[in-house]
Design a protein around this ligand. Structure first.
Ligand SMILES: Nc1nc2c(ncn2[C@@H]2O[C@H](COP(=O)(O)OP(=O)(O)OP(=O)(O)O)[C@@H](O)[C@H]2O)c(=O)[nH]1
Length: 414
């Protein structure tokens, strides 16, 4: 498990921070109370995801611990008893993640929020589009302090290419004045594909005109920053926009996903899947659909209990998303699932399903220490029919035949 180092001489503060971190994050916490023991810790066993350090320790009254921890390339949040502008500036320019005054419980909650943010940021891609290499490097440095993955582009056209290669970019930070394609045009083009809740766009410019910020926003940017900006302003804006996007995505997920398995639900399957189906029909593309149903699930519930049944549903869902990462996996209700596979012909889909059937049948599911043998039956088709409903009914008929044939079986188009 990842570890966080906390260096603080006040037992009370140490206790609170340790408690809040353990409550809020899936990490271990190692604590030290002075510079000497911190140095020993880092020398003997210094692998830490992040550190929270007190600026004034009994054997290090002038923030020496910050240099020590930063020297080991550990992202560091600094705690301090009192606010001092000059010191804050110095610490931020040294590359600390943030500077937090120990005022109340809220300060410690903020520290935990920052640590959680750092953990998430490692998986977040940010694209920086700016024609100035110096500005790109500067922004990249700020982003890396907060552990984001950074991509770069030197104009709008290049940014579009990078976005096409990396569809999982979550944030685009773009300058206005760039050769080839400027920031406005870039924002306009990006917004034809992705809305504000799929990709956060922050516009940048060094011009004095206030109209520019309004124009960026009107073109579809989420926010705007005027250069030069303060480190903290940059990070606060970024965090704020990212949190808003994540909140909306969480709301969308709650509406589109099944609570137990976290797979897509029936409603999402028919709305989004329906669009894939329409497109495949209109463009004459391949699209395969599989329907799966666990065998004798009632018996499993009766023998081991409903909780065990729930666990099997969760584990099957997780195996399914691992086996079919590119496709729409949905729980249609009870122990019935669908997988929509755009682009696949019947043979390809059938092979995938056969492989998955074997894997599920051969690897027992675990409920505590109990091994559970689980199989499923399935139907697979790529007969598009006139609409998704009809295709669904067709594959349902195959599933019925697979059950009739003895279960643990896949039936597909002849
Ligand atoms: N644990 C659990 N059980 C569920 C859930 N939803 C439905 N079930 C149970 O799934 C069982 C489905 O039973 P049946 O439709 O008779 O099907 P089966 O026993 O799997 O038999 P075959 O499909 O014919 O192989 C019922 O006992 C439901 O109570 C759920 O969310 N959790």
């Amino acid at each position: 498990m990842e570890r966080i180092l906390v260096v603080e001489d006040s037992p009370m503060v140490l206790k609170i921070i340790r408690h809040l971190i353990l409550q809020g994050l899936d990490v271990d916490v190692v604590t030290q109370t002075d510079l000497a023991s911190c140095r020993e810790q880092l020398d003997s066993d210094g692998e830490f995801f992040a550190a929270v350090v007190d600026l004034n320790l009994p054997d290090a009254p002038n923030g020496e611990v910050v240099e020590l921890v930063l020297d080991r390339q550990i992202p560091t949040v600094v705690l301090t008893g009192s606010y001092d502008d000059e010191r804050r500036e110095r610490l931020l320019s040294m590359g600390v993640v943030d500077y937090v005054v120990k005022e109340s419980r809220h300060s410690y909650d903020y520290v935990v929020k920052l640590l959680r943010r750092l953990q998430k940021n490692r998986h977040i891609k940010v694209l920086v589009a700016d024609d100035s290499g110096t500005t790109r490097r500067f922004i990249k440095g700020l982003l890396q302090q907060h552990l984001y993955q950074v991509l770069e582009a030197k104009d709008g056209k290049e940014a579009l290419k990078v976005l096409a290669q990396h569809p999982d970019v979550s944030i685009l930070i773009t300058d206005y004045a760039m050769p080839e394609m400027d920031g406005f045009e870039l924002v306009k083009q990006v917004r034809t594909e992705k809305d504000k809740h799929e990709l956060v766009i922050i516009g940048l410019s060094s011009t004095e005109s206030g109209a520019l910020s309004a124009k960026f926003i009107k073109n579809g940017a989420n926010d705007f920053l005027r250069k030069p900006f303060f480190h903290e302003e940059f990070h606060c804006r970024l965090m704020h926009n990212l949190e808003e996007m994540e909140l909306i995505q969480a709301i969308q997920d709650a509406a589109n996903r099944d609570y137990l398995t976290q797979l897509y639900n029936r409603r999402y399957f028919f709305t989004t899947g329906g669009k894939h189906h329409e497109q495949a029909v209109a463009k004459g593309q391949q699209l395969a659909l599989a329907m799966l149903d666990i065998d004798h699930f009632k018996q499993l519930n009766d023998n081991y209990g409903h909780e065990a049944g729930d666990e099997v549903l969760r584990q099957l869902a997780s195996k399914m998303t691992q086996a079919f990462p590119r496709f729409i996996c949905a729980r249609m209700g009870g122990e019935e699932f669908c997988i929509m596979m755009p682009g696949l012909n019947n043979d390809q889909a059938n092979q995938l399903l056969e492989g998955f059937r074997l894997m599920v049948a051969q690897q027992p599911f675990m409920y505590g220490d109990t091994e559970l043998q689980v199989t499923f039956s399935a139907g697979v088709t790529n007969q598009l029919s006139s609409c998704l409903d009809n295709m669904y009914q067709g594959v349902d008929e195959y599933l019925y035949r697979a059950k009739e044939a003895g279960r643990n079986f896949v039936i597909t188009d002849d």
